[in-house]
Design a protein around this ligand. Structure first.
Ligand SMILES: C[S@@+](CC[C@H](N)C(=O)[O-])C[C@H]1O[C@@H](n2cnc3c(N)ncnc32)[C@H](O)[C@@H]1O
Length: 207
């Protein structure tokens, strides 16, 4: 994983000039947030079709988009970062250079319409989606698409409406069938007050 110097500059600039948004923005930079993105990038780089259109659902302020842009030797032909919060699109456009092949979109992932057939979809906000919304999102992922899903057992966070106790539960509520799976992992992270939680990731191809 690589982070370019001008990326660090643009992240710090955003914090410097937007003190009203800085606290929320900095939530993207907790160690466990960065670790989950780094783990994803290691696997994404191995995917043979990772140069096709890439869709990041719950793309938040674009930190994962920027990490992909900085890290991959051959960037995807286009990255779409989709988030339901319009402020995310505004921040994304303020921070990420227009020279990159990346667009922020304000949309609900449950009803999102793909402008181009996806090569890879990433959903790092599965714990933020109600089951019906997740199911709509998953059913809309075309067969043959590579996917990455992340979730966790951090039930104590009030924004989390759909956590899983174990990775088996996570696979079950994610509708991921065994034949789709190329890999999965789980790891511990410290939440507020140093309480330990677990993150889950599964990747593969929807068949
Ligand atoms: C706290 S953030 C991201 C947390 C996640 N662990 C990560 O690092 O990607 C959750 C994001 O999900 C977005 N979100 C929640 N529901 C959504 C939906 N239905 N469609 C798209 N984005 C959604 C929120 O607006 C927010 O930006």
């Amino acid at each position: 994983m690589e982070i370019k110097a001008n990326t660090i500059e643009s992240w710090m600039k955003f914090i410097r000039f937007h003190p009203d948004l800085a606290e929320r923005y900095m939530d993207c930079f907790w160690g466990s947030q960065l670790e989950s993105k780094a783990r994803l990038l290691i696997e994404l780089e191995k995917m043979p079709n990772m140069r096709g259109p890439l869709y990041i659902f719950g793309g938040w302020y674009g930190v994962l988009t920027q990490m992909v842009l900085d890290s991959l030797d051959f960037n995807p032909e286009w990255i779409y970062s989709i988030d339901i919060d319009p402020q995310c699109e505004w921040v994304f456009n303020d921070v990420i250079s227009r020279e990159h092949n990346a667009t922020a979109v304000t949309a609900d992932c449950a009803t999102y319409k793909y402008p181009i057939i996806p090569s890879v979809v990433i959903n790092t906000v599965t714990e933020h989606l109600r089951q019906d919304d997740y199911d709509m999102w998953w059913n809309n992922v075309p067969r043959g698409t590579s996917f990455f899903l992340q979730g966790n057992n951090y039930f104590d966070n009030e924004e989390h409406v759909r956590c899983s106790k174990t990775i088996e539960d996570f696979l079950y509520i994610s509708n991921v069938e065994n034949e789709y799976i190329q890999g999965m992992s789980q790891w511990m992270f410290a939440g507020p007050n140093d309480k330990q939680y677990e993150r889950f990731m599964v990747w593969g191809v929807k068949k």
